[in-house]
Design a binder for this molecule. Structure first.
Ligand SMILES: *Cc1c(COP(=O)(O)O)cnc(C)c1O
Length: 829
């Protein structure tokens, strides 16, 4: 299984000096944990006990460095990155901890001596799915990179009791189940109830006069909860730094409960407790389409209030002058979810610390920067002022005051342009009076960034054009990245060993060293080895899918993979139309079955539970799969595999096995994508539109090593402008018509026509994301894929060049860009 790769990093040698860093040393730690934590003997231990004991024994090796890191931070007094994110899609932790501590082989050997298989132990881990998709996974990559780069960072977020739902399929329909990831307890967290933080809600505000005769405002809250910090270790790779991820869990506030209890209403006291603890109960499963739910606003305020309080009270030395707060912290707002932190910091400085408004505003502006993650208008968060004012009355006042001075600035800069002022206002009157969180973030943030070059350009030109006209220097780009530790080194041990055998192991920390592979693309022996790695990864995937889903992947197929959240803009339907068109061509005799490139299309996608059309698309994919996979006329040359519950654990097995990466969103819709980067780094070729970071991937790997199709963003905008009519494309394109007609014929629904009417009519009547317009171009690009795949040497050469040329997409590089352009912070060694 895992192949040894020397780290080539000196700091590991320090750890290796530790006498515990040996097979016998680990065995001692492991047995101690089994006895003292699990309370079982080795003989009676269940697999779960063995996992818990392994995980907590591995954690022993990080705790000293973690405590040392805290001391280092306190002594250095340098700027910390406070990453504020409502989501962290961490994935399983054991392998990552083993890699960081360089213990993989020691643990494997130690367990083997007791008849325990590390691979089996590893499978016991339930991943913490505290995020929906790309945005949450990005946060997890970023904190990994900052630790590896020796930069002080605290990740702040929410410890949801239930993460993203577990997806199952019943008769091809998505069914959601609660994700009880804590049912067997997490071995990775340290809870500190003694450091609980009070968070208040509701009530009213009142004015009072202080000793100096100054008029002040205070908030008299209606109710409150406590936030309990749960600390997770974030170990850097090849360094002694271990940073902290601090997730907040809600607990009932004793004071409030006791009062009710003393009045004799025991049931009411318990009910109030449940109410309070609901705040961190469950992750909202909407990706890109926020629901304006009160509980969600409570979650947002809850975690930022805890985090600001924690940093100011616990991370800074006592007596620190808060006028200089911006020298010690930069809070990065991961999308608008944490933006309520802006009025919260103003409130703390003015109401609690006695700052004047202007002083407080100067400090606040220096402490925040904002990352925008979207281009979809429906993804931009707005909160009705009625709700915000009821839940957070003092914050609503502060937002209004920020807006008053902001409007004055706009009117002074653009005199007489009242329309512009209305467009830019933080508070809008339509359709109901609401706060636009992206505007608040842009006004308060020192910088605003998009997440890929194209996205940042569109952010300036289309999403926030008035703001970029007012403050052009505020806008910048940082292209996303992924951590090479998890998404190459851990998930693809075969490729890691092969690469390291040729260019050394420095790439794990310096992914630009992948460029040393460039000449090897022309080395026939290397290509052969590269293909063998891909074949072994496919074999590993076959075993996983067989065991996990009862899916039997055929051998020797091109693996064509589309895994990401189900959303119309990502266009899973376009992929499906391609499969159905191939099927239709064989049925109608337009294509001989022996001319098909043997191909399995793999889908993985969760739909938001309330997103009807997305769920209907899942049903359609499963229904097409059920028919196509069983049709003997295809002679096993075309199949669909749709394993349920796509998550990080599955991604780590799927991506290294893929040949073709599907990144086919309508141009101008996907902000960046990070799945696209993971695939390229693992040697899949991309078929994609000119969207998000695809643009940069293609620029780096070159047109010969990328299958481009479809309209670019200006073309899509122009088509929309002139009036897009999908039905006329259906009428004029014979292949498309036959494809849609086959779906409507009822062949995929037991002869019942109209079963998928919601999907086909969404396409025929509106096709919001113009799948029909790109259909012909997509099919042509797929033919180019088949032609290239027929020449395995040419294909492998391109795959190697994809790996060699995409080192840029390391999240270490993203972090360097944030540090230089936005945070103005650096490492503490
Ligand atoms: C990387 C990743 C994503 C993001 O994928 P995109 O294709 O960029 O949307 C979503 N979910 C998981 C589990 C991931 O690992």
């Amino acid at each position: 299984m895992p192949v040894s790769v020397p780290n080539g990093n000196d700091p590991i040698a320090v750890i290796a000096d530790d006498p515990r860093h040996s097979v016998s040393g680990f065995t001692t730690e492991f047995i101690r944990e089994l006895h003292n934590r699990q309370g079982v003997s080795l003989r009676d231990a269940s697999l779960h006990d063995k996992f818990q004991a392994t995980a907590s024994a591995v954690r022993h090796y990080m705790v000293d460095e973690w405590l040392e890191t805290k001391d280092k931070n306190a002594a250095a007094k340098q700027k910390t990155v406070g990453y504020l994110s409502a989501e962290y899609l961490l994935g399983p932790q054991l392998d990552n901890a083993l890699l960081a501590t360089d213990l993989t082989e020691i643990v494997e050997e130690s367990l083997a001596q007791h008849g325990i298989d590390l691979a089996q132990v590893r499978e016991q881990e339930v991943e913490p799915g505290l995020g929906n998709g790309g945005l949450g996974r990005l946060a997890a990559c970023f904190i990994d990179s900052l630790a590896t780069m020796d930069v002080p960072c605290i990740g702040y977020g929410i410890r949801y009791e239930y993460g993203i739902f577990r997806q199952t399929f019943v008769d091809g329909h998505q069914v959601e189940e609660a994700d009880k990831w804590l049912a067997l307890e997490s071995p990775w967290e340290f809870v500190h109830p003694e450091n609980a933080v009070q968070v208040n809600f509701a009530g009213h505000t009142e004015t009072w006069t202080d000793e100096t005769g100054r008029e002040r405002t205070r908030w008299v809250p209606g109710w409150g909860v406590q936030g309990l910090p749960y600390n997770y270790l974030v170990p850097g790779y090849g360094t002694r730094r271990v940073n902290t991820l601090r997730l907040w869990g809600a607990r009932a506030n004793n004071q409030f409960d006791l009062k009710t209890f003393n009045q004799g209403d025991y049931v009411e006291a318990v009910r109030a407790q449940t109410f309070a603890e609901n705040i961190s109960k469950v992750l909202y499963p909407e990706d890109s389409t926020p629901q304006g739910k009160e509980l969600r606003l409570q979650q947002q305020y809850f975690f930022v209030a805890c985090s600001l309080r924690d940093f100011i009270e616990n991370e800074l030395e006592p007596g620190f002058d808060l006028h200089r707060l911006g020298e010690r912290i930069i809070f990065q707002l991961n999308d608008t979810h944490p933006v309520i932190a802006v009025p919260e910091l103003m409130r703390i400085l003015i109401d609690e610390k006695g700052f004047e408004w202007d002083e407080a505003w100067e400090v606040t502006k220096s402490c925040f920067a904002y990352t925008c993650h979207t281009l979809l208008p429906e993804a931009l968060e707005v909160w009705p002022t009625e709700l915000l004012g009821r839940l957070l009355p003092r914050h609503m006042q502060i937002i209004n005051l920020i807006n008053v001075s902001f409007m004055a600035e706009v009117r002074a800069t653009f005199p007489g342009d009242e329309e512009r002022a209305l467009r830019m206002s933080i508070v809008t009157e339509h359709p109901v009076q609401s706060v636009r969180m992206a505007h608040l973030a842009t006004v308060a943030g020192s910088k605003v960034n998009g997440v890929a070059a194209l996205h940042s350009q569109l952010l300036r030109d289309k999403v926030l054009p008035d703001f970029s006209a007012l403050w052009p220097e505020k806008f910048t780009n940082v292209t996303n990245g992924v951590t090479p530790r998890r998404f190459v080194r851990q998930s693809n041990p075969g490729l890691s060993a092969l690469v390291t055998s040729r260019i050394g192991g420095g790439w794990v920390k310096h992914l630009d060293q992948f460029d040393g592979l460039e000449p090897l693309a022309d080395d026939a022996g290397f290509r052969e080895e590269f293909r063998a790695v891909k074949a072994a990864n496919k074999e590993r995937l076959r075993e996983v899918l067989h065991k996990r889903d009862g899916i039997d992947l055929p051998e020797g197929h091109l693996l064509d993979v589309m895994v990401k959240r189900l959303h119309e803009y990502k266009r899973q339907t376009l992929k499906l139309l391609h499969v159905v068109s191939l099927y239709e061509q064989v049925l109608s005799g337009k294509r001989k079955v022996e001319d098909l490139t043997p191909r399995t299309v793999v889908f993985g996608a969760k739909a938001a539970p309330g997103y009807r059309l997305a769920k209907d698309i899942i049903h359609l994919i499963n229904s097409v799969a059920a028919v196509v996979n069983r049709d003997p006329r295809l002679e096993g040359r075309l199949g669909i595999a749709f394993p349920a519950n796509y998550n990080v654990t599955l991604a780590e097995k799927l991506i290294p096995a893929a040949d073709l990466s599907e990144q086919i969103s309508l141009a101008g819709m996907e902000a960046s994508g990070t799945g696209n980067m993971k695939f390229a780094l693992n040697g899949a070729l991309t078929i994609g539109t000119d969207d998000g970071a695809n643009v940069e991937i293609r620029g780096l790997v070159g047109d010969d090593n990328f299958f481009l199709f479809g309209m670019d963003e200006p073309a899509a905008a122009a088509l929309r402008e002139q009036g897009y009519r999908p039905r006329s494309i259906y009428e004029s394109d014979e292949t498309l018509r036959a494809t849609i007609d086959l779906i409507e014929s009822g062949i995929f629904s037991g002869g019942r026509g109209g079963a998928f009417g919601s999907v086909t009519s969404a396409l025929l009547d509106e096709d919001r994301f113009m799948a029909f317009a790109d259909f012909a171009s997509y099919l042509e690009a797929q033919e180019a894929v088949e032609a290239k795949y027929a020449d395995q040497e040419a294909w492998t050469r391109s795959a190697i060049l994809n790996v060699a040329r995409t080192g840029y997409f390391s999240s270490d590089r993203s972090m360097r860009d944030y540090l230089d352009r936005i945070w103005h912070a650096g490492p503490v060694v």
